[in-house]
Write a protein that binds this ligand. Structure first.
Ligand code: NAD
Length: 294
């Protein structure tokens, strides 16, 4: 299949490489010359512009930072929807506002172009290993068209509902993740302040009713889990600023449907303060620092 891939960042680059390894014909582009150079060196064909990637493409995939980038790419001045041939399938895997996904899908439908929102979970490790989880919004038929392509980048594919539903599922999950990391950090810091060994306390809670994903796989306390970002000075992983963006999307979404999300709001404010303290680039589990003596 001829695939246009736009956005070769931490996630998009390895995802595009997995599609190429699976035998698809890629044409890729990123606004950053550095990103293009990096993946050209790995053998990925780089086009001169986003518009050039979509010429003759059967599938177009985008993996961009936020709503404004996706809206600009498809609907902006000289937007890609004007260039993509009717009958093409567009898969946007960026984490953005559900409302933006719906806006792009509606405009595309008027031109005979199918769009699904397919944000992912699984981080950069999952992008490299091809084990991402896709949360898809769009029609069942379009998801089936996309499935063979998604399967080369991910291990789990869920149909969340109509256009925008993938984005809603993604921010519900990340709101819960952001909250549970704060709760886990708070509990561990309390135990340590009382002289408990964080490894022992982590194991007690992991096997008790407080057990959760952070205690299983992503302990925020340095030294407890060798493979977790906490034990690597919070490098790599999922950045505080990306978590902050997702919690902001959750709050926008909640306001639009008048839902009550008090813990999500509090979590957003805690990550915002943590980011303002200079920790925006650290993994989000560094929010533990908020509860520790500096
Ligand atoms: P990134 O910042 O590393 O990469 C985004 C890339 O998009 C950059 O290289 C940028 O130059 C490029 N770009 C921006 N606008 C463009 C345009 N108009 N045309 C071409 N290229 C353009 O971000 P990332 O970590 O790869 O994340 C991408 C998306 O995936 C985000 O929405 C993020 O929230 C989501 N996500 C990230 C992770 C993670 O662990 N990093 C996990 C799940 C989901």
């Amino acid at each position: 299949m001829k695939i246009a891939f736009i956005g070769l960042g931490n996630m998009g680059g390895p995802m595009a490489m997995n599609l190429q390894k699976a035998g698809h014909t890629l044409s890729a582009f990123d606004l950053s010359a550095e990103a293009c150079k990096k993946f050209a060196a790995e053998g990925l064909p780089i086009a001169t512009s986003a518009a050039a990637t979509v010429e003759g493409a059967e599938v177009v995939i985008s993996m961009l930072p936020a709503s404004a980038h996706v809206e600009g790419l498809y609907l902006g001045h000289d937007g890609l929807l004007e260039r993509i041939a009717p009958g093409t399938l567009v898969i946007d895997s960026s984490t953005i506002a559900a409302a933006t996904s719906r806006k792009v899908a509606e405009a595309a439908a008027k031109r005979g172009i199918a769009v699904i929102d397919a944000p992912v979970s699984g981080g950069t490790g999952g992008a490299m290993a091809g084990t991402l989880t896709f949360m898809v919004g769009g029609s069942e038929a379009d998801l089936e068209l996309a499935r063979p392509v998604l399967e080369k980048m991910g291990a789990n594919i869920f149909h969340a509902g109509d256009a925008g539903a993938g984005q809603t599922a993604k921010i519900c999950n990340n709101m819960l993740l952001g909250i549970l990391m704060i709760g886990t950090s708070e509990a561990l810091a309390l135990g340590v302040a009382n002289g408990l060994d964080p490894k022992v306390l982590s194991e007690i809670m992991r096997r008790s009713s407080g057990g959760n994903w952070a205690l299983e796989k992503y302990n925020p306390m340095p030294g407890v889990m060798e493979t977790a970002p906490a034990s690597k000075n919070y490098a790599g992983g999922f950045g505080t600023d990306l978590m902050l963006k997702d919690l902001g999307l959750a709050q926008e979404n909640a306001a639009a449907v008048r839902a009550s999300t008090p813990l999500g709001g509090m979590a957003r404010n805690l990550y915002a303060a943590h980011s303002l303290a200079g920790h925006g680039a650290l993994d989000f589990s560094s929010v533990l620092k908020v509860f520790q003596k500096s």
